[in-house]
Ligand binder design. Structure first.
Ligand SMILES: *Cc1c(COP(=O)(O)O)cnc(C)c1O
Length: 249
């Protein structure tokens, strides 16, 4: 699995930790880098709920810096918290807004937190995005961590297989907190198959088909008066506002 993912991402095995889904990656990062009852993580809502849920589970605080009205990251405010938080979670494409985090923002934040805290970029939906993964930034910022998964673009949520991409030093820390044998052999076999040449072709074909469906759906939704699309569609989902919200539930 490690070899397959190294080939897929162009990284080497020392930069990759295989986990039971990206959710386990979130949990491991919190356990490895936060002291319960003392430290906090930073999240930028609206965003993926598990960062705060995992932090709560481990008695770690959650500091919220809401996204700007256009759903961009409030980088100034995030960078102002370097002495208060131990892990920063960014999500790109962001669940649920479908927006990307600008590379300049990621770099400014990773830079500001250098030698102070870990900056996590959750790329669970990156396969659906026309934008490339930010893996090249790993060489530049040793406090940057990227989360990936086979659950979304690879449609393998049921096997529970994710990846933490990081510096070799961070991988060594994560290996101290992860269970000794995290990946069952059947999972490894399915994942390895998904990452071979044919598996990648199947994934790309599915991602293309879903992206086409998403364009059709978004276009059709714009014709409905009471629906206002918001954010972007860099993931495999749309977010919209509607005054008829209660009827749609
Ligand atoms: C689905 C999702 C994950 C977790 O996926 P796993 O199934 O645990 O690999 C992580 N981050 C985001 C933003 C997600 O939407």
């Amino acid at each position: 699995v490690l070899k397959g993912y190294a080939r897929y991402t162009g990284l080497n095995s020392e930069q990759i930790t295989v986990t039971r889904g990206a959710d386990e990656g979130i949990e491991l990062l919190i356990r490895a880098f936060c002291t319960p009852g003392k430290d906090s993580v930073l999240v930028c809502p609206p965003t993926y709920g598990m960062y705060a849920i995992s932090a709560n589970t481990f008695n770690v605080g959650v500091h919220k810096v809401p996204l700007n009205p256009d759903f961009s990251v409030n980088t100034t405010e995030v960078c102002a918290q370097t002495n208060t938080v131990s892990v920063v979670f960014l999500c790109s494409p962001n669940n649920p807004t479908g927006t990307l985090v600008e590379q300049a923002d990621i770099e400014a934040i990773a830079q500001a937190y250098q030698n102070k805290a870990i900056v996590v970029l959750d790329e669970a939906y990156i396969e659906f995005s026309a934008a490339k993964s930010q893996t090249a930034l790993l060489a530049k910022y040793d406090n940057l961590v990227i989360l990936r998964t086979l659950s979304k673009g690879f449609a393998l949520a049921g096997i529970r297989c994710g990846f933490v991409l990081s510096s070799p030093a961070i991988k060594q820390v994560l290996l101290k907190v992860i269970a000794p044998y995290p990946i069952p052999d059947p999972v490894a076999q399915i994942a390895t198959q998904a990452l071979n040449e044919e598996g990648l072709q199947i994934m790309h074909a599915r991602v293309n088909a879903l992206s086409n469906e998403l364009s059709v759906l978004s276009e059709q939704l714009t014709h409905i008066d009471e629906i206002e699309l918001v954010g972007n569609q860099c993931g495999n989902f749309v977010l919209f506002k509607s005054p008829r919200n209660p009827d749609l539930m």
